[in-house]
Write a protein that binds this ligand. Sequence first.
Ligand code: PBG
Length: 324
Amino acid sequence: MLYRMRRLRQSENLRQLRREVRLNIEDFVYPLFVVPGKNIKREIPSLKDQFHHSIDMLIYEIESISNLGIKYIMLFGIPESKDDIGSGSFIEDGIVQRAVKKIKEINPEIVVITDVCMCEYTSHGHCGILNQNGLIDNDKTISYLSKIALSHAESGADIVCPSDMSDNRVYHIRKTLDANGYINVPIMAHSTKFASGFYEPFRDACDSAPSHGDRKNYQMDFHNSREAIIEGEHDLIEGADILIVKPALAYLDIVKSYRDNFNLPIATYNVSGEYQMLVKAVENNILSENIYYETLIAMKRAGADIIITYFSKYAAEKIKSKIW
Ligand code: PBG
């Protein structure tokens, strides 16, 4: 009889020695939402314990993030006004551009990753420029995305993160950044972003739901996994530095195959619906808080090097107090 690993005799210390993955503070990227106005720190109704911050209030948030040891943030902006080309996304004094400058002033050590997309800024809520038929014009869109990425780099962003799914945008952004001297600003690309129902709370948070149609003709069909590899290959060849799989939980098979197929760092975005689903289950005493740990570990086990998550502050507290 073979008693494998003698689990019954193991102490907690022994179990810890044998662990294949662990959570570190460096695994986490914390999404942050910036809004126009003054003196605003307002809970986002669809995302418990997550807040909209006005730029003047960032000082408190960045301090709290830094005290927890979080090093990486992903910045989303909600603009003052919208139009059909999403001008608010690339103007010099846009919400994200001002926020990046402010954060860098408060704490230059924090690595600021900016979301490069148009859906929060366009009046129609789609992630690009539309043609007469109401569909995304891919080539026009990528030239705008490059403008956005460049304006972020000019404001001091450390990493730009295109979250649309337009073809050739990584190449176009890379070329634009390089031509303007930003050769050291990496691109973290949403290589596989599925047309998922798990984004719904985020669309409320960012007021970015499409006013007509859906995102199925530019985000990926969730029936496919081999296609996800093709998307990753494109981004790698075009010059991406980090590949993102999004969402995370229902897509860990894709995270795993990215891990096996690509030698770039792999990130996964543990999106709003996944967060809210667990938080609500805990709030209603259906599950206990341990599931946060269990699911984050699942992402690491699947092969994620980086986890973008609304749980980052929670995780940082646990890691800091050596509970995790
Ligand atoms: C698009 C964008 C979305 C998310 C991040 N960037 C939404 C979408 O594609 O509709 C979703 C993130 C989340 O759900 O937490 N700019």
